[in-house]
Design a protein around this ligand. Sequence first.
Ligand code: NAD
Ligand code: TDX
Length: 353
Amino acid sequence: MTGKRLLVTGGAGFIGSNFVRMALAEADIACLVNLDKLTYAGNLRSLADVEDDARYVFVRGDICDRPLVERLLREHDIGTIVHFAAESHVDRSIVGPDAFVRTNVVGTFTLLEAARTVWGDDVANRRFLHVSTDEVYGSLGETGYFSETTPYDPRSPYSASKAGSDHLASAYFHTYGLPVLITNCSNNYGPYQFPEKLIPLIINNARQGKELPVYGDGRNVRDWLYVDDHCRAILAVLQGGRPGETYNIGGNSEKQNIEVVQTICDLLDVKLGLLDGRPRRSLIRFVKDRAGHDRRYAIDATKIRNELGWKPQVRFEEGIQKTIDWYLEHQDWLDAVLDGSYQDYYARMYENR
Ligand code: NAD
Ligand code: TDX
């Protein structure tokens, strides 16, 4: 990228904040505008180290606010949109799907319309990168992988709303020639992830000696990718990806949930010592399964590897250790995000489960 002018949506969230930091450090950026509504999942503390960078502008706002989005595109002469903003947690989508349809479907539509209006036919050097998930492909059995041609089969309100947004993004390429690229990535983990997601929730609970809720039989499989590897993949797609194309991104690192939880317990036992003489595995509780729980996700990342030379650099064993160390060293960040609303959420989701 040469002197790019970026609009990043959802840059105060988990992946967005890691991406903003990496892009400012490693890519040739002239201006990076971060548009984020600061929902429960967005936290400016995650970007405290870049806020003084003269190229960085933070705007608190909603991606559904079309006049605002159009103004930002014009005022900052934006050439590249990297769209992360979303409601991202499957369990929340089961108890309250409304916000998912609004932000993920209507919000993405609003961004696409704003880009089409402001950019017009002047799209030669522009890019709209829509960040999506492997969950749109549904659930795998014990074998097989999701490729870019796997038919969509979303099964949760979250994945259905992401699938809807993917279809809109793709339609804007085919119908209007908007230079859209779509990435579908597997489960991310790493610093700054909100502790509603499996890995940070288990680290936080296990550190405090609280019960570790494992849904169902714990044998559901996810393909884990360290967040920096996802961010590098997005930079590679911005650099060399072809408009109209989809790129699957995965860690080639399938684990059953129970293995992930046991690994975190064992690493914390080594790091912090046993809990009152007991290993942390004794905190594991099998609880009521998630409704419509997808059994297995696994990505075939051949296309991005062959076309763009991307592959994961961080092995799970290394990434999980780095992630645990980060959470132990950033109790202040955790305390700041675990406010009253998190306590209410936790009680609603896990008490009497
Ligand atoms: P996150 O929940 O941590 O962050 C989402 C961010 O979007 C927050 O900062 C929030 O304030 C902001 N936001 C929400 N609604 C908004 C709105 N209406 N307007 C403006 N900002 C709004 O999410 P994440 O885990 O960082 O995921 C980022 C993107 O990557 C999402 O699109 C998600 O679907 C996708 N994705 C996530 C994963 C994963 O494992 N976390 C994997 C693949 C794809
Ligand atoms: O307490 C828990 N216990 C448990 O067993 C939680 C929170 C989760 N789980 C299980 C459910 C899943 O099989 O762990 C697995 C991972 O769960 P999440 O962290 O909620 O992630 P998942 O549902 O797989 O979705 C994630 O990856 C794809 C992100 O949240 C999505 O935004 C992304 O698109």
